[in-house]
Design a protein around this ligand. Structure first.
Ligand code: 1HE
Length: 257
């Protein structure tokens, strides 16, 4: 199904979401941002993981600049908050999201990618924050999420100087967790999503919702929150049956890659 520049399909337990405006390099207009929010709010209950990718030669060219009309301060505030609501739904939705990146991952496209839980890039990928040169600022949560990946200093450089990172350097500085040959990002992301889909749902939930919050807490509060989350997770019947399967010699051991 394709609507408002967004294509959606289920492949087994993995929901595949594709930005589908290749003629406009998957630029994110308001309709697409709202559609993204709606999609993540209404994912089918059988979805256990999501792969997010882009159609054509690029993942995403960021904000649709043709919609950047005269806005007063209040309208600008609400527009940014609309992006926040949509990308919050990606980050804190029901299941983990793996982004498959290629070509341009710029501006709001990088903000969207940084709201996902895993990022896989191929060799064609490049990253930039051209907001600086367009006379604007990030507005889709980038100033909160991107420094967590690469640090304030690197993000400042990207915006002050227009620095573009290539695929290899993007992985080196922590923008993505995986780098694969050109054309292979979707396959790798889908493979990872398939693995994630086999985890106990409560484990995935804890990783999405508890881990980032614990990481923001002072250590003594973090330890306490961790203990609560650990207690909840280990009490689930699925945790008990998985541990029993290992002790009975019926579950896979950890192996060297
Ligand atoms: C667009 C957009 C867009 C392309 N909004 N229409 N983002 C940017 O500043 C990045 C702007 N885009 C680019 O630098 C390049 O387009 C790309 C490097 C991504 C791709 O280059 P290329 O040569 O493959 O494509 P193109 O020829 O530049 O663009 C093809 C068409 O897409 C063309 O339209 P056409 O009608 O002339 O065919 C472009 O105008 C159109 N297009 N990118 C609108 N972004 C929440 S705040 C977030 C703030 C931001 O994201 S600011 C950063 C915006």
């Amino acid at each position: 199904m394709t609507q408002n520049g967004l294509h959606f399909e289920m492949r087994g337990a993995v929901a595949v979401v594709r930005l589908s405006r290749p003629a406009k390099r998957n630029a994110l207009g308001d309709a697409l941002i709202l559609a993204l929010r709606h999609l993540f709010e209404t994912l089918p209950s059988e979805a256990r993981a999501v792969v997010l990718h882009g159609e054509g030669d690029h993942f995403c060219a960021g904000l649709d600049l043709s919609e950047l009309k005269e806005r007063d301060a209040a309208q600008g505030l609400h527009h940014s908050r609309m992006w926040h609501a949509a990308l919050e739904q990606v980050q804190y939705g029901p299941v983990p999201v793996v982004a498959a990146l290629h070509g341009a991952v710029v501006g709001g496209g990088l903000e969207l990618a940084s709201a996902c839980h895993l990022r896989v890039a191929d060799d064609s990928t490049f990253y930039a924050l051209p907001e600086g040169s367009r006379g604007i600022f990030v507005g889709g949560g980038g100033s909160v999420r991107i420094p967590k990946l690469i640090g304030v200093a690197r993000m400042t450089d990207m915006m002050l100087t227009g620095r573009v990172y290539n695929a290899v350097d993007g992985e080196r500085i922590g923008l993505v967790q995986y780098l694969v040959p050109a054309g292979k990002a979707f396959d790798k992301a889908f493979e990872l999503a398939g693995r994630i889909a086999q985890n106990a749902p409560l484990t995935n939930y804890a990783l999405m919702h508890a881990l980032p919050r614990i990481a923001e807490q002072p250590a003594d509060q973090g330890f306490f929150t961790e203990a609560l989350m650990a207690a909840v997770a280990q009490s689930a019947p699925e945790a008990k049956s998985r541990v029993k399967a290992f002790l009975d010699g019926k579950a896979a051991k950890v192996k060297k890659d």
